[in-house]
Design a protein. Structure first.
Length: 131
């Protein structure tokens, strides 16, 4: 008998009725970013926790092409996928942080749905300190 590929969990990348998109927030734990930096799972989980605290406190606000534009979308909570997961048609590795965006501007939402707008940039810097 032939072994079939394991079924991967799925997350809807675009909820058309609710105007919500799920976006990858940052690289997966263990991957290397464009600056040659990497981090482990514990750091990634702390980043997600700190991100959510900053969203709750209003420190992180919506911006559009690095210019404040709160009329396009609002930022929801971040979370991590615990195992390899399909987000829409995209395979996302385990230990990848995701964030939800609630779109409130129809024109921007149409651009997101068409693929003209994709991805997020948190325009942030973090300092890793060992205890």
């Amino acid at each position: 008998p032939t072994k079939s590929a394991p079924k991967l969990p799925k997350i809807k990348s675009l909820d058309v009725e609710e105007m919500v998109s799920i976006e990858q927030l940052y690289i997966s734990a263990g991957d290397v970013d464009g600056h040659g930096e990497t981090y482990d799972i514990a750091v990634m989980k702390a980043m997600v926790e700190n991100f959510n605290t900053a969203v709750d406190e209003g420190i992180i606000v919506a911006n559009f092409i690095h210019k404040q534009d709160p009329d396009a979308f609002t930022i929801g909570k971040a979370r991590t996928v615990e195992e390899d997961t399909l987000v829409g048609e995209t395979l996302v590795k385990a230990n990848t942080p995701l964030v939800s965006l609630q779109w409130i501007n129809e024109k921007a939402w149409e651009k997101r749905k068409s693929g003209e707008l994709m991805g997020v940039s948190i325009k942030a810097v973090f300092k890793y300190e060992e205890d």
